[in-house]
Ligand binder design. Structure first.
Ligand SMILES: Cc1cc2nc3c(=O)[nH]c(=O)nc-3n(C[C@H](O)[C@H](O)[C@H](O)COP(=O)(O)OP(=O)(O)OC[C@H]3O[C@@H](n4cnc5c(N)ncnc54)[C@H](O)[C@@H]3O)c2cc1C
Length: 379
């Protein structure tokens, strides 16, 4: 049998794309190398995503509206989201829910590693592991994460910038009690010289992690320092690590194939947020694929649409990262700016729904002046 579309990778981007295609009656196969895969991830998702994709309540294990940021000197700014929350999910449950949904809507699923992809009879032939028969499909959606095999087999441009992130899971204990309902972010070169450290509470554990540019610093040493600085004596019961692509590929669309999610590099700089963009790109990609199959509209519409919707957010966060993550004095200034209520409001609004809401002119001027003040002070 030849499928219309083969979706390679069953994380949030691939499972979302497969569900939308199958629901539209497009014959779809979802290929995932390990159906028990637990993607190393903080699992923080914004309210906008929960609403748009109708994520069931039981999957959102925590709804956190309290957040604090900590500066290199230990200054802590506490914030409260007035109209929303960060949802915490566990990827082992979240991903299997999304995959099951795709199957319920009519997608076939196969557990196998994609080894190579070749052009075949106007479409593709996909070779699988375990001696399984190859899969044939007219179109491909590459959703196979930061180390995408699809991208390399189909010669997409390289993923230019990657962070490597590690996270440890701790059982709740008296030392971690105060974090039960609080997201805390650490801006501190000893924890991460170019990214940040995080403390994310889940129902049955607390995830503590940090990241840094790939091959630049000793990630394990940074994580160790983070735990020491927290004064934590409890031992983790699980260590996990993975890459995060921090820049969209120069192009993620071809005539008959597209990349979505991490495979396309769709994670925002500065905060490393990827689940929202994985699911949004999965959705936009699948919709463009349906239009292409039904009405011959070019697949490039997907990439254009994605860039139109989110280029501004990616650019804004890139600027923020390159300005404020350079040294501890600038990080100190960044945390100081976070004390401003208007800055908090703008940050929460844009995080929750990924819309750049323009602030009134007077607020923009005030924030601009504060930025200048803190940057000069920081330098
Ligand atoms: C430590 C860490 C913490 C993070 N925390 C957050 C967070 O709190 N919030 C947030 O929004 N983002 C976070 N991210 C980023 C987020 O995890 C990713 O952006 C998101 O998982 C991307 O989804 P995806 O479906 O595109 O890719 P993935 O989730 O990576 O899924 C890819 C899938 O493809 C499969 N696969 C790979 N190769 C093949 C192959 N050859 N054949 C078949 N299958 C294959 C894999 O098994 C996997 O299931 C974090 C990342 C890391 C590393």
């Amino acid at each position: 049998m030849r499928y219309d579309v083969a979706v390679i990778g069953g994380g949030p981007s691939g499972a979302t794309a497969a569900a939308i295609l199958a629901k539209a009656g497009i014959s779809t196969i979802l290929i995932e190398r390990n159906l028990d895969n637990v993607k190393p991830c903080g699992g923080a998702i914004p309210l906008g995503l929960i609403e748009e994709f109708s994520i069931p309540e039981p999957l959102v294990e925590k709804k956190l509206s309290r957040m604090s940021v900590r500066s290199p000197k230990g200054r802590i700014i506490s914030m409260e989201m007035p109209n929303g929350y960060v949802g915490m999910v566990r990827r082992e449950r979240f991903d299997s829910y999304l995959r099951d949904k795709a199957v319920r809507l009519g997608a076939d699923i196969r557990e196998a590693l994609v080894k190579n992809i070749e052009s075949h009879d106007g479409g593709y032939r996909i070779t699988l592991s375990k001696g399984l028969p190859p899969v044939e499909a007219s179109y491909i959606i590459g959703a196979d994460g930061a180390n995408s095999r699809t991208a390399s087999e189909l010669h997409f441009p390289e993923n230019e910038l990657q962070v490597i992130a590690m996270q440890q899971r701790f059982s709740y204990c008296s030392e971690l009690k105060s974090y039960e309902d609080l997201v805390e972010i650490w801006f501190d070169a000893e924890v991460s010289p170019d990214f940040y450290g995080w403390i994310f509470p889940k129902t049955d554990h607390i995830a503590i992690g940090t990241g840094t540019e790939f091959r630049k610093h000793d990630l394990k040493a940074l994580q160790k320092r983070f735990i020491e600085k927290m004064g934590l004596t409890e031992k983790p019961y699980l260590d996990e690590a993975a890459k995060i692509p921090m820049k969209p590929r120069k192009s993620f669309t071809q005539e008959n194939a597209i990349l979505v999610g991490d495979a396309a590099g769709l994670v925002t700089p500065a905060n490393g947020e990827g689940i929202f963009f994985a699911m949004r790109s999965g959705k936009l990609g699948a919709e463009a694929m349906i239009e292409h199959i039904r009405h011959k509209k070019p697949l490039s519409a997907y990439e254009k649409n994605f860039r139109k919707l989110y280029a501004q957010i990616f650019f804004g966060l890139q600027v923020l990262q390159s300005v404020y993550y350079r040294n501890d004095r600038l990080r100190e200034s960044f945390v100081a700016i976070c004390q401003d209520r208007d800055v908090q409001q703008i940050t929460f609004d844009s995080y929750l729904y990924k819309k750049m809401v323009p602030a009134p002119w007077s607020v923009q001027m005030k924030i601009f002046m504060k930025n200048i003040y803190h940057m000069t002070k920081g330098n």
